[in-house]
Write a protein that binds this ligand. Structure first.
Ligand SMILES: Nc1ncnc2c1ncn2[C@@H]1O[C@H](COP(=O)(O)OP(=O)(O)OP(=O)(O)O)[C@@H](O)[C@H]1O
Length: 266
């Protein structure tokens, strides 16, 4: 079943009308993972922030986006906030910046869930958070909830953010470069976790990354963005037979980087 239908999504500067993202279209079904790739500045984050209703001040979205047939771009602010609470989960790029350094991890993890599920007791929410952390490979979930953010490694903080998003039971999880600030082992762990969650919960995933290997591991379909536009889209075979020169360049750059690292290891 199609969850999300995006047609002609654009983002522009409010004052001048200068376009930053233009004509992005895709469908997203339950369980599906859409990979969004492209160089830094190609518009990946702005396209997803437009869908989430989280564009920075001074930017405006245009086009159409429907969740289960309901238009979301034009929905009033309160309805957008409710959608973010219950429909869309968001995992931002920098886990460290997403936490308030002076507040323990537990209250921060539970804050949005308290609003989203006012009928659940504090004990129920804590229990759910601990179970989630345990699924996300935290050995001592209760202790983790009592920690301050600085006591978590980068990989742990990123996994804690995934837990915070999942506590809201999202139907669509948007992960914006969730592995870019992590070492190789943590990257693999986060990718494994995202893949598993999709299988277990049925939530759809929009996975934004310039790591082509990670996208290949997770996504069934891919859109390639350059300078704010989608230049190519298709299945993962797109990386083996890229038809657009920009996709070819991305693939060649990745192959050259892999060769470089392999030579450096010899
Ligand atoms: N608040 C803003 N005001 C003006 N221009 C912006 C703003 N935010 C982003 N841009 C510009 O919009 C374009 C797309 O930015 P965006 O952050 O979506 O790229 P990206 O592909 O996500 O890059 P990265 O991989 O580095 O996160 C860039 O040229 C960027 O400079």
């Amino acid at each position: 079943m199609t969850l999300l239908e995006v047609r002609g999504l654009g983002v522009a500067l409010e004052r001048s009308g200068r376009p930053l993202v233009q004509d992005v279209s895709f469908d997203l079904s339950e369980h599906e993972c859409l990979g969004v790739v492209g160089e830094s500045g190609s518009g990946k984050s702005l396209a997803s922030l437009a869908l989430l209703g989280l564009l920075p001040a001074g930017l405006r979205a245009s086009g159409r986006a429907r969740f289960e047939g309901r238009e979301i771009l034009e929905a009033p602010a309160a309805a957008r906030a409710a959608l973010r609470g219950k429909v869309f989960g968001y995992i931002p790029q920098q886990a460290s910046g997403a936490f308030d350094p002076l507040t323990r991890v537990g209250p921060q993890l539970l804050e949005a869930a308290r609003f989203a599920f006012p009928d659940k007791t504090e004990a129920e929410l804590r229990e759910e958070a601990e179970a989630l952390l345990s699924r996300l490979k935290f050995r001592r979930p209760r202790e983790t909830l009592a920690h301050y953010p600085f006591e978590l490694s980068g990989g742990m903080a990123q996994r804690a953010l995934i837990a915070a998003a999942l506590l809201l039971h999202p139907r669509v999880l948007v992960a914006d470069e969730p592995t870019s600030a992590l070492d190789a082992v943590s990257q693999k762990s986060v990718i494994d976790i995202l893949g598993r969650i999709r299988g277990e919960t049925g939530c759809a995933l929009v996975f934004i990354s310039h790591d082509l290997a990670a996208v290949q591991a997770l996504a069934g379909r891919i859109i390639v963005m350059e300078k704010g536009r989608v230049v190519e889209s298709g299945g993962v075979e797109l990386f083996h037979h890229p038809s657009h020169p920009y996709t070819r360049r991305l693939v060649e750059t990745r192959q050259a980087l892999s060769r470089h690292f392999l030579e450096a290891l010899r």
